[in-house]
Design a protein around this ligand. Structure first.
Ligand code: C2E
Ligand code: MG
Ligand code: MG
Ligand code: MG
Length: 283
């Protein structure tokens, strides 16, 4: 009976697997033309500084597929990486985000995520320099976010790349800190401006002492090394208040603002000026 059950289960599993695979194959094929067809768009999620309101936005890529609808980056970015398309998409992304940011108040920054294929691409630093030139954005208004997983590959040239980006004047953030290896040697060796604490440590913050201890330590560590700290995934007022009390430099999350399309930013800024963002956080 066990064998039959097993086989039956295996057959069902295979069929749904097949559907998933066919869907993935369909997506992969349409990913090749998505850029030319103008199917990508960007949403911007605010960064908020306690007491000083909005200080910038993170650019988050979305794909509007004509049949499937909006596909999140967690689904299509790994495909684009595997098919060697991410470098070109990333270039488009950075240029669009910089073009948008020059229209914002001049102290606002724009953060753009770099996947490993983009970071490891030989032409990255030239390309960043070109886009700064082309869009006329001040270099220090641009933040590039990388995760530790990016640094795990090809360690020797990584420092060169980061140093060159640093010389160009852009800022570099370590994204999702705490979820990968969290090797402290990265913090010693690489010139990050900001560490972003992964939302995993933020979600239980109000009730879980371990999360509190970890977050407090990351804040102290970052400040001790002269880096700023951003908390990701702040969803409640309690989390925001706790983070402010502990000296976290910037907050990001649904409590402070959802990702919104570029066209909605003007309205968002007008509203938050009238009803200050995170008004409850001002002391
Ligand atoms: P990330 O850079 O860590 O971005 C934060 C993710 O958390 C975003 O998901 C954002 O929408 C979501 N988020 C923000 N606030 C909250 C909150 O309060 N609660 C919860 N539960 N989630 C929140 P999204 O947009 O789906 O992006 C997922 C990941 O995809 C990003 O993680 C980033 O690694 C990657 N990604 C997005 N856009 C790009 C891009 O243009 N290039 C590259 N290479 N990667 C990108
Ligand atoms: Mg990010
Ligand atoms: Mg992150
Ligand atoms: Mg994250």
């Amino acid at each position: 009976a066990a064998k039959k059950d097993g086989r039956g289960r295996a057959r069902t599993f295979t069929r749904s697997m097949l559907i998933v695979l066919e869907q993935r194959e369909m997506l992969r094929r349409s990913l090749r033309t998505a850029l030319q067809e103008g199917q990508f768009f960007i949403e911007y999620q605010p960064f908020v500084k306690p007491r000083a309101s909005i200080v910038g936005f993170e650019a988050l890529l979305r794909w509007r597929h004509p049949l499937v609808g909006i596909i999140p980056p967690s689904v299509f970015i790994p495909m684009a990486e595997a098919d060697g398309l991410m470098s070109e998409i990333g270039q488009w992304m950075l240029e669009q985000a910089c073009r948008a940011a020059v229209t914002w108040p001049s102290h606002f920054t724009v953060a753009v995520n770099l996947s490993s294929a983009e970071f490891l691409h030989e032409g990255l630093t030239d390309r960043v320099a070109q886009i700064l030139d082309l869009t006329g954005i001040r270099a220090d208004r641009v933040e590039l976010e990388i995760t530790e997983s990016v640094l795990l590959e090809r360690t020797i040239n990584n420092l060169d790349t980061l140093n060159t980006l640093n010389l160009l004047g852009v800022q570099i953030s370590l994204d999702d800190f705490g979820t990968y290896y969290s090797s402290l040697s990265y913090l010693k060796n690489f010139p990050f401006d900001t560490i972003k604490i992964d939302q995993y440590f933020i979600k239980d913050l109000e009730h879980d002492e371990k999360s509190q201890t970890i977050v407090r330590s990351i804040i102290a560590l970052s400040h001790g090394l002269g880096m700023d700290v951003t908390a990701e995934g702040v969803e409640t007022e309690g989390q925001a208040a706790w983070l402010q009390k502990e000296g976290c430099d910037r907050l990001q999350g649904y409590f402070l603002g959802f990702p919104i399309p570029a066209e909605a930013i003007g309205e968002f800024l007008r509203k938050s000026a009238a009803v200050p963002m995170a008004g409850a956080l001002r002391t």
